[in-house]
Design a protein around this ligand. Structure first.
Ligand code: PBG
Ligand code: ZN
Length: 324
């Protein structure tokens, strides 16, 4: 045998940094990223979130300054989460024209009109019980919540939100929001639906960040993490209800689901690298076990590779500052 073995040598295309870059299949940049932010009313100082090192609760009075800083750094979009001091049984502050949801959207839009404002649309940060809707006994009343979520969406849109992002995991929420927006004259406001949202243990640090007071869990409305077929079904339902973009949350442990939905729908797809994913990388790096920048780049890149067009990540400002 004269032919040399092995004839096929994939290592050839890895021989220099330029070759490796030229043959790199997946890239992401700031246009793909959304920075989730926590805004607290009624306080004057930044608040430390011990389980999310590097992420701070922003006092409402300093939101404009922060938004300016993000826009200058190249951030394209934020997802706003409010830390409310006006909680009640149903989360009525969310559809108050001068409530925190509306004020956050207004401040962001007035400060940096070109920055896309996505309004997380839920109730858990505004309800005394911490559930994502109206509680009847021990269960969240789906249809009673739908009426309220439409009102919240309209108020957020009127205040300047470009995108409504419903995360309450109620059946029919996308359709309810689409109808309410259209009736209020906001047919151009888009809906990025948290269409496949798992009842995940990876939201732990968010509970501290968002100041939620949840007792129990969300397993009667968020999805069982072990269900792959149902994950596709949930997203296709939101597409049929009028979503403009779908979402998988969390991201890193659900790359198979991202790929499945990418192949089942032609809508754009977002994925949310959640607080627990962020915390694992931060604490792993702080312990000297992994390199933070490289791991954050690899995990976000993998989410893109799996099929996500947009990635929500608490690392977005780090990428803006340090490069990708
Ligand atoms: C609540 C909401 C949660 C997150 C975003 N919106 C928590 C939950 O569902 O319990 C989690 C985000 C994160 O962990 O980074 N609607
Ligand atoms: Zn919620």
């Amino acid at each position: 045998m004269s032919s040399q073995f092995p004839a096929v040598r994939p290592r050839r295309l890895r021989q220099s940094s330029t070759l490796r870059t030229m043959f790199q299949e997946t890239e992401f940049d700031l246009n793909d990223l959304v920075l989730p932010i926590f805004v607290e009313e009624g306080v004057s100082d930044f608040g430390v979130i011990t389980s999310m090192p590097g992420v701070l609760r922003i006092p409402e009075s300093k939101l404009a300054g922060e938004i300016e800083r993000y826009a200058r750094a190249g951030i394209r979009a934020v997802m706003t989460f409010g830390i409310s001091h006006h909680k009640d049984e149903i989360g009525a502050d969310t559809w108050n024209e001068n409530g925190l949801v509306a004020r956050m959207a207004r401040i962001c839009k007035d400060t940096a009109p070109e920055l896309v404002v996505m309004s997380d649309t839920c109730f858990c940060e505004y309800t005394s019980h911490g559930h994502c809707g109206v509680l009847h006994g021990h269960t969240v009343d789906n249809d009673a919540t739908l009426a309220n979520i439409g009102k919240q969406a309209v108020v957020a849109a009127r205040a300047g939100a470009d995108v409504i992002a419903p995360s309450a995991a109620m059946d029919g929420q996308v359709q309810a929001i689409r109808r309410a927006l259209d009736e209020a004259g906001h047919s151009d406001t888009s809906i990025v639906a948290y269409s496949t949202k798992f009842a995940s243990s990876l939201y732990g640090p968010f509970r501290e960040a968002g100041g939620t007071t949840l007792e129990g869990d969300r397993k009667t409305y968020q999805m069982n993490p072990m269900n792959r077929r149902e994950a596709v079904r949930e997203s296709l339902l939101d597409e049929a209800e009028g979503a403009d973009c779908l979402m998988v949350k969390p991201a890193g442990a659900y790359l198979d689901v991202i790929r499945d939905i990418r192949e089942a729908s032609r809508l754009p797809l977002a994925a949310y690298q959640v607080s627990g994913e962020y915390a694992m990388i931060k604490f792993g790096a702080a312990a000297g076990a992994i390199d933070e920048h490289r791991v954050s780049r690899e995990t976000v890149g993998a989410i893109k590779r799996a099929g996500a067009d947009l990635i929500l990540t608490y690392f977005a400002m780090d990428f803006a500052r340090d490069g990708i």
